[in-house]
Design a protein around this ligand. Structure first.
Ligand code: AMP
Length: 290
């Protein structure tokens, strides 16, 4: 039996072989495929990617894999929420197939290959989490090659990750269109994240300030104010509210390099990472062009 259809109403492929059999049948019928890679614990941000995928292809595959190689020792790999049954319910009627391999399927004994990018990984998350993007690039490359979709969708929520994947796909000539989807937010502005469940009630009330502070910095940068002064002010405000900021930066939107001139003079992105209680929150927004 190629697919695990026992536990959920939505078919689940556990092996690359089974995933490929399903995708090849669709291809033989002349149908197109979208892939949405996730680590599960799905929320409406993930579902917005699935809906976008549905609009771009005949079939949508959602992969659910908590990828051990993108977590550093001491990060929350073991504690990361795993809710496959709930995830499958949310995907019913939206996706066609879940690909949920185990770690041994993705990283069999003797696995020896890592994809490392230079340039865009040299900043921000790449400094805070030095092994993270190698884990992400390697697993995403494997997922893309396993599924070979026409299009794969990623959230701008992980803005630097999106740049990493776009760069990898370009450099390796993978014939797959990469789509970056807008950030889904709660009504108070907090970017949806699987890790928001770790916030206490009080922290959840504080958390949206991260978006407000980022928005204010981006708007003032767009008006020509000095970037360093704006970012220092934002960091101080975050600390005052009880965050432990990792960075708050306004960077070139394509390379993530700092602006030498000290002011925004090219397309820019404001990005932040800060711990609030247990979870580390990340967010980013476009710096509007004036
Ligand atoms: P994750 O399961 O956290 O690895 O996320 C899987 C995909 O969903 C990634 O491409 C994320 O960027 C995207 N994603 C996560 N949260 C959001 C959000 N709030 N809005 C849009 N996309 C998101």
């Amino acid at each position: 039996m190629p697919l695990d259809t026992t536990s959920h109403a939505l078919p689940v492929a556990r092996t690359i072989k089974d995933l490929r059999a399903v995708v090849q049948a669709w291809r033989a019928a002349g149908e197109t495929v979208a892939l949405v890679p996730t680590m599960g614990a799905l929320h409406s941000g993930h579902i917005s990617l699935v809906d976008l995928g549905r609009a771009q292809a005949d079939h949508v595959v959602v992969s659910i894999f908590v990828n051990p190689t993108q977590f550093a020792p001491g990060e929350d790999f073991e504690a990361y929420p795993r809710t496959e049954g709930e995830d499958a319910k949310q995907l019913l009627g939206k996706a066609d197939l879940i690909f949920a391999p185990n770690a041994g399927e993705m990283y069999p004994d003797g696995f020896s290959t890592t994809i490392n990018l230079t340039g865009v990984t040299a900043h921000l998350e790449g400094l805070s989490r030095p092994t993270h993007f190698a884990g992400v690039a390697t697993v995403v490359c494997k997922l893309l090659l396993a599924c070979m979709p026409d299009v794969a969708l990623f959230g701008q929520k992980d803005y630097q990750q999106l740049l990493v994947i776009q760069t990898m796909v370009r450099d390796l000539n993978l014939p797959i269109k990469i789509v970056g989807a807008p950030i889904a937010r709660a009504p108070d502005g907090l970017a949806l994240s699987s890790r928001n469940i770790y916030l206490t009630k009080a922290e959840r009330l504080t958390a949206p300030h991260i978006h407000r502070i980022l928005t204010e910095a981006a708007q003032k940068a767009a008006q020509g104010e000095n970037i360093e002064a704006l970012c220092s002010h934002g960091v101080a405000e975050l600390i005052g509210l009880g965050f432990e900021p990792d960075y708050l930066e306004i960077r070139d939107a394509v390379t993530l390099a700092p602006f030498e001139s000290g002011i925004v003079d090219a397309p820019a992105r404001a990005l932040v990472a800060a711990q609030l209680g247990q979870p580390r929150l990340i967010d980013n927004i476009d710096v509007p062009s004036t």
